[in-house]
Design a protein around this ligand. Structure first.
Ligand code: IMP
Ligand code: MG
Length: 182
């Protein structure tokens, strides 16, 4: 059997065990905050699906799920803030306790866009769960209700996150070291 590719050349920021432990804590917190309710989790494709798959399996309350596909214009490591919907929601969110599930909160532009888009469909409540938060990069004053890890301003990959569609399969969160010229 071939060994899975783990990209040993990229330094590890958060290893799989640390991520798993924190995901369990987040799931416990969310379960406590929605007693007797069935929150509706909306995962933002593609970065958030690995995190969301682990999160829902650690909830002790029922939930429903849907996905929103978005592509932000711009390539490489810079998000332009202009967002295009590539897959719309399948289910109505009207009257639901919606939790947007994101991989990472960076400038905050994507989340502000999603917040306005989803709020227009009259959810009962709307909160944001993000695995990672790069607070130092914020350009729009938004905050997440549940944060897995605050991380420094480095470009991260793995556990669903990509660089040019690569590295999503890595079990750890790793970072791409800055070249001296950057
Ligand atoms: P924002 O609109 O600047 O908050 O960008 C959020 C989106 O940019 C995330 O959902 C990711 O898709 C992408 N992104 C931001 N930082 C990183 C990173 O370090 N690695 C991978 N994707 C990132
Ligand atoms: Mg994303």
């Amino acid at each position: 059997m071939p060994e899975p590719s783990t990209a040993p050349e990229l330094p590890v920021l958060l290893d799989a065990a640390k991520i798993a432990a924190r995901v369990r804590e987040l799931a416990a917190e969310i379960s406590r905050d929605y007693p007797g309710r069935t929150p509706h989790l909306v995962g933002v494709l593609k970065g958030a699906w690995v995190f969301m798959a682990d999160l829902i399996r650690n909830l002790s309350i029922p939930c429903t799920v849907d996905f929103l596909g978005i592509a932000s214009y711009g390539t490489g490591t810079i998000s332009s803030g202009e967002v295009k919907i590539t897959k719309d929601l399948d289910l109505s969110i009207e009257g639901r306790d919606v939790l947007i599930i994101e991989d990472i909160l960076d400038t905050g532009r994507t989340f502000r866009y999603l917040q306005e888009l989803l709020a227009a469909h009259a959810p009962r409540s709307l909160k944001l769960v993000t695995l990672l938060d790069k607070r130092s990069r914020r350009e729009v004053p938004v905050r997440a209700d549940y944060v897995g890890f605050d991380i420094p301003d480095v470009f991260v990959v793995g556990y669903g996150l990509d660089f040019d569609q690569k590295f999503r399969h890595l079990p750890d969160v790793r970072y791409i070291p800055k070249l001296p010229s950057q």
